[in-house]
Design a protein around this ligand. Structure first.
Ligand code: SF4
Ligand code: SF4
Length: 85
Protein backbone atom coordinates (compact mmCIF):
# COMPACT_ATOMS: atom_id res chain seq x y z
CA UNK A 1 0.00 0.00 0.00
CA UNK A 2 1.17 3.51 -0.73
CA UNK A 3 -0.53 6.85 -0.47
CA UNK A 4 -1.96 8.78 -3.41
CA UNK A 5 -3.04 12.38 -3.94
CA UNK A 6 -6.63 12.99 -5.01
CA UNK A 7 -8.19 15.83 -7.01
CA UNK A 8 -8.81 17.78 -3.80
CA UNK A 9 -5.23 18.89 -4.28
CA UNK A 10 -5.98 21.00 -7.38
CA UNK A 11 -4.88 24.61 -6.92
CA UNK A 12 -3.52 24.06 -3.43
CA UNK A 13 -1.54 26.99 -2.09
CA UNK A 14 0.14 24.93 0.60
CA UNK A 15 2.78 22.33 0.12
CA UNK A 16 3.21 21.27 3.72
CA UNK A 17 2.98 17.68 2.55
CA UNK A 18 6.11 18.12 0.45
CA UNK A 19 8.01 19.69 3.32
CA UNK A 20 7.42 16.79 5.72
CA UNK A 21 8.03 13.89 3.34
CA UNK A 22 11.26 12.25 4.45
CA UNK A 23 12.01 10.72 1.06
CA UNK A 24 10.97 13.53 -1.34
CA UNK A 25 8.51 11.42 -3.25
CA UNK A 26 6.08 14.20 -4.22
CA UNK A 27 6.28 15.33 -7.82
CA UNK A 28 4.34 17.85 -9.84
CA UNK A 29 1.68 16.13 -11.89
CA UNK A 30 -0.35 17.61 -14.74
CA UNK A 31 -2.93 19.23 -12.47
CA UNK A 32 -1.82 18.38 -8.94
CA UNK A 33 0.90 16.63 -7.02
CA UNK A 34 1.56 12.93 -7.36
CA UNK A 35 3.33 10.53 -5.04
CA UNK A 36 5.94 8.25 -6.55
CA UNK A 37 4.83 4.79 -5.34
CA UNK A 38 8.32 3.38 -5.81
CA UNK A 39 9.78 5.91 -3.41
CA UNK A 40 6.97 6.34 -0.84
CA UNK A 41 7.74 4.44 2.35
CA UNK A 42 4.12 4.56 3.62
CA UNK A 43 5.04 6.53 6.71
CA UNK A 44 1.78 8.53 6.60
CA UNK A 45 3.45 11.70 7.89
CA UNK A 46 2.04 13.78 5.03
CA UNK A 47 -1.60 12.82 5.60
CA UNK A 48 -2.41 15.11 8.57
CA UNK A 49 -0.47 17.97 6.96
CA UNK A 50 -2.90 18.30 4.07
CA UNK A 51 -5.65 20.83 4.90
CA UNK A 52 -8.09 19.38 2.35
CA UNK A 53 -7.51 15.67 3.07
CA UNK A 54 -6.24 15.08 -0.43
CA UNK A 55 -3.81 12.34 0.56
CA UNK A 56 -5.41 8.93 0.95
CA UNK A 57 -4.36 5.31 1.09
CA UNK A 58 -4.17 3.64 -2.29
CA UNK A 59 -6.85 0.99 -1.86
CA UNK A 60 -5.76 -0.81 -5.04
CA UNK A 61 -2.57 -1.97 -3.41
CA UNK A 62 -4.17 -2.72 -0.08
CA UNK A 63 -2.78 -5.86 1.46
CA UNK A 64 0.34 -5.74 -0.63
CA UNK A 65 3.39 -5.47 1.53
CA UNK A 66 5.62 -2.50 0.98
CA UNK A 67 8.51 -4.34 2.57
CA UNK A 68 11.37 -4.92 0.21
CA UNK A 69 11.26 -8.26 -1.51
CA UNK A 70 13.54 -10.82 -0.02
CA UNK A 71 16.42 -11.72 -2.21
CA UNK A 72 17.52 -15.28 -2.42
CA UNK A 73 20.85 -15.71 -0.75
CA UNK A 74 23.31 -18.28 -2.04
CA UNK A 75 23.17 -21.61 -0.21
CA UNK A 76 25.99 -22.10 2.18
CA UNK A 77 27.99 -25.14 1.26
CA UNK A 78 29.79 -27.36 3.70
CA UNK A 79 32.64 -29.78 3.21
CA UNK A 80 32.20 -33.50 3.63
CA UNK A 81 30.92 -34.60 7.02
CA UNK A 82 33.59 -36.54 8.91
CA UNK A 83 32.57 -38.71 11.83
CA UNK A 84 34.02 -37.77 15.20
CA UNK A 85 35.23 -40.45 17.52
S1 SF4 B 1 -1.09 19.88 1.22
FE1 SF4 B 1 -2.65 18.55 0.26
S2 SF4 B 1 -3.69 19.83 -1.22
FE2 SF4 B 1 -1.77 20.87 -0.65
S3 SF4 B 1 -0.22 20.23 -2.17
FE3 SF4 B 1 -0.12 18.78 -0.46
S4 SF4 B 1 -1.52 17.13 -1.03
FE4 SF4 B 1 -2.00 18.86 -2.32
S1 SF4 C 1 3.48 8.52 3.23
FE1 SF4 C 1 5.51 9.29 3.89
S2 SF4 C 1 6.87 8.73 2.22
FE2 SF4 C 1 4.80 8.57 1.41
S3 SF4 C 1 4.37 10.52 0.48
FE3 SF4 C 1 3.65 10.66 2.59
S4 SF4 C 1 5.36 11.52 3.75
FE4 SF4 C 1 6.18 10.81 1.78
Amino acid sequence: MTYVVTENCIRCKYTDCVDVCPVDCFHEGERFLVIDPDVCIDCGVCVPECPVEAIVENMRNRGRSSAPRRTRLPMRTFGPITPTS
